[in-house]
Ligand binder design. Sequence first.
Ligand code: ADP
Ligand code: MG
Length: 405
Amino acid sequence: MFLDTRVLRHLTAEDWRVLTAVEMGSKNHELVPTPLIERIARLKGGASGVHKSIATLAKSGLIGRMKEAKYDGYRLTYGGLDYLALHTHSSKDVVYSVGSRVGVGKESDIMIVADKTGKQKILKIHRLGRISFRTVKSNRDYLRNRQGGSWMYLSRLAAMKEYAFMQALQEEGFPVPEPISQSRHTIVMSLVESLPLRQVSSVPDPASLYAELIDLILRLAKHGLIHGDFNEFNILIKEERTNKYTIEDGEEKEEETVTLVPIIIDFPQMVSMDHVNAEMYFDRDVECIKRFFKKRFHFVPTSPGPFFKDAKKTVGKDGARRLDAAVEASGFTKKMLKELEKAIEEQQAKIDAGEAVAEDEELEDDEEDDDEDNSDDEEDEEDGQEEEVQAVFEIPASVGRPVED
Ligand code: ADP
Ligand code: MG
């Protein structure tokens, strides 16, 4: 499933109100009873064609019925939540048009978007619950105990966490994309014109790039953080060109120097240096870089380490602000961190055990749009991140007009 903006232009104000009503109802109901949708929508805008809107939204796949439901009701689909988020971003003038998808992971979709001035940005849509569990329907306590351990809640947590960390890291001068806006399960950030390290076949000086990346790991540690997924997909390499002018034999010469600047992305799994498994995460990040540099650039550092125990001693030193604490203070509580972490772990365990099914399989057939693309998508998710970055610099259509893809 990916963002499909074709239906956007058909939606009336009434449809939006009903869609919002379903979202509001979802806070307390996994399946929002139809009478409740009617009531919330009417409260917001007077009686009228709520039913017509429900039909339109269901037909467009923005809300769905569930198979074997005990009562008549609807729930938001990913599509519905995507639309609500886009609506918010566009009302804040952050997003005007939606372009192509640059990447798809197991847990996110990455789209190029642009504002009214044509400035391009990245929309990251968290899809933590893209996979749901067969057992969910028969075991509703599972959801209740976790206070909506639903995909909607978890994806929103992932987006909130990522946004909070991106903001804190940016404030501290770390090389990260600029966080622009967050709504529900999505964030908008600046587009980094770059290639993921994964797609970089050679660099002039592997030793210095390696040192820079290790330095980033240590700088994060000093601020109390471990990236947790510091791999060649999550490090973007930007080329910065500078021109140097020199006078040689009375003649002016221009020399271009290219510097490679690493930018770090992807923060939902970041952990504190105080985490019980901090050492494991730290070592894994270091190993990841070492392995990649050896394989890709045949570079092996001369000295071992860096080691967790040394990094641990630097936490908060020299007046370094604890960003793990700062993020918590910004409203992302320990409880939320735990919930998110637990959900990611549980989900992974279910996937490993082969118990997971694609989210949309639970929708009734007649509400599934003919172009649902689960099967194809799920297949290339593993290597989806390898999609060409260059292929995206085009905005085919604006929000409110159909997207040809
Ligand atoms: P996931 O959580 O699915 O791994 P990421 O945040 O790592 O998502 O993004 C996936 C891919 O999308 C990256 O490997 C990169 O190619 C591209 N990407 C993400 N954010 C940006 C950005 N701000 N600028 C340019 N490319 C980006
Ligand atoms: Mg990633």
